[in-house]
Design a protein around this ligand. Structure first.
Ligand code: 5GP
Ligand code: ZN
Length: 117
């Protein structure tokens, strides 16, 4: 999948609407269209990185750090920091990745079991 037909690039560029909950120079975050829990947010680098395999150590370090910092911040804002939450990044076919633009799922607000299937 290239940047031009990537759904998340289109959301980042404002071509597809989304419920944005965070936006800065490196990452954006919006609510998942098909939430699996009361809180289900996708935290997405603005740079089109296809998946964890495409992550470039060094060049993308600031992006990785920001994903986790924003996850912490949003968990607090959503009121789930204390009750707990799950951070999931799917990679590739066996990992269940549907959108080939790297993203971190922040999921919380209910009890979850590991694994989900
Ligand atoms: P993946 O399986 O790639 O880790 O997760 C992709 C996620 O993106 C799914 O949870 C799916 O519900 C969500 N999603 C797919 N298309 C859209 C969309 O157009 N808008 C939003 N907000 N979420 C989407
Ligand atoms: Zn993209």
């Amino acid at each position: 999948m290239t940047e031009t037909d990537c759904i998340f690039c289109k959301i980042i560029q404002g071509e597809i609407p989304s419920t944005t909950v965070h936006d800065d120079e490196l990452v954006t975050a919006f609510r998942d269209i098909n939430p699996v829990a009361p809180t289900h947010i996708l935290i997405v680098p603005k740079k089109h990185i296809e998946d964890n395999n495409a992550f470039e150590a060094g060049a993308d370090d600031a992006v990785a750090a920001r994903l986790f910092a924003v996850a912490k911040q949003l968990a607090q804002a959503e009121g789930i920091a204390e009750s707990g939450y799950r951070l999931i990044m799917n990679c590739g076919s066996d990992g269940g990745q549907e959108i080939q633009h790297l993203h971190l799922h922040l999921i919380g607000g209910r009890k979850m079991q590991y694994p989900m299937g």
